[in-house]
Design a protein around this ligand. Structure first.
Ligand code: AMP
Length: 218
């Protein structure tokens, strides 16, 4: 099953995608993660997108479509793909349809994670990850058992925050979401592919709702 998780920054797309990877052996395709990896390894593309990302603006369609194309061609999608943070524009949504049909795949469902804007600032500004294993934490909702030590891999002093997880960038990211990405909700609704889950519920409960949606369309 190939699914899209759609929702504003902080809706919980990455958190839920990680659960789906473990539960159903799916492959998570996060353009945000791919772009951050390109920045860290200092590729030309990574250097080009760096300022754009820090400001919270969208990277060009051409770049992100290219990244997804590479992954679809190379990746073993036998467990299905989770598109996380892609598509974010109508041009990207059209490109995804074409790319999937080229590899004899189709999109099964689009899950919109609904949240209240008011909770997003708190969710985003409080989150951090382990730089060693990628485990996600939050200053309020998911603290590590021992300060400065990752519960999952035991790394000490490896916690880091995303450069764009601050209030200024979040404003721009939210604006980009409403302007460029929210039209996709109408687009997928019209195609009969849109489902919704309440992203304000607990991580566990949102996960169960997503599994129910997936069971309903399979
Ligand atoms: P994310 O990790 O999904 O929040 O993405 C972080 C940043 O990467 C975004 O604010 C954009 O600058 C860029 N980005 C990620 N995915 C896309 C996309 N599909 N289209 C355009 N820009 C993207």
């Amino acid at each position: 099953m190939n699914i899209i998780l759609i929702g504003p920054p902080g809706a919980g797309k990455g958190t839920q995608a990680a659960t789906l990877v473990k539960k159903y052996n799916m492959v998570q395709l996060s353009t945000g993660d791919m772009l951050r990896a390109a920045r860290t390894s200092g590729t030309d593309m990574g250097n080009t997108v760096s300022g754009v990302m820090d400001r919270g603006e969208l990277v060009t369609d051409e770049i992100v479509i290219g990244l997804i194309e590479e992954q679809l061609k190379a990746g073993d999608g036998s467990g299905g793909f989770i598109f996380d943070g892609f598509p974010r524009t109508l041009a990207q949504a059209d490109a995804l349809n074409e790319l999937l049909s080229k590899v004899d795949q189709k999109l099964d469902t689009v899950i919109q994670m609904t949240v209240d804007d008011k909770v997003l600032v708190n969710r985003i500004t409080g989150r951090f990850t382990c730089g060693s294993c990628g485990e996600g934490y939050h200053e309020e909702f998911k603290k590590p058992a021992t300060h400065d030590k990752c519960d999952k891999c035991g790394a000490v002093g490896a916690f880091k925050k995303r450069a764009d997880d601050n209030e200024d960038s979040l404003k721009t990211r939210l604006m980009a979401y409403y302007k460029e990405t929210s039209p996709l909700i109408g687009y997928y609704y019209a195609k009969g592919q849109l489902q919704q889950v309440n992203g304000l519920n607990s991580i566990h409960s949102v996960g169960l709702d997503i599994s129910k949606v997936m069971a309903g369309v399979s």
